[in-house]
Design a protein around this ligand. Sequence first.
Ligand code: ZN
Length: 143
Amino acid sequence: MRRIHRTDVKAEIVREPGAKETTHRKLIDTPDGADRFVLTEFDIAPNGSTPPHHHDWEHEIYVLEGEMDLVLPSEGRAERVEPGDAIFIPRDEPHGFVTGPDQSCRFLIVAPCERPPVRNFFLSDDPYEYTQMPEYSSAREGK
Ligand code: ZN
């Protein structure tokens, strides 16, 4: 058994192309002995995002605190999620996360250990910034 408190794990800036104001803590990772699944806590500050992307592995999401919009490009919409929501993203389903100026969100993600980056396809070509709201997230007001 291995017990880890979130504050024992350093928050790292997410440097995926297009990610903004997003940090994560790898709560349980392969160095801890995990060989099937990793557990990661994400924290998106106001005006943050992870760009819409898809990959051939699933992940599970559990919202702990705050709120954000889950962007679903293939459905042409975004959906507000809040604490207590559990969300399943099947493999290859495009998804992204966005917070507005008065929003932030802390959530857990469970993902397989084996997730080769070459299979991570970002829909955004913008390498470092993500200031333009995509048309499919127009459900969010005031931006
Ligand atoms: Zn993803």
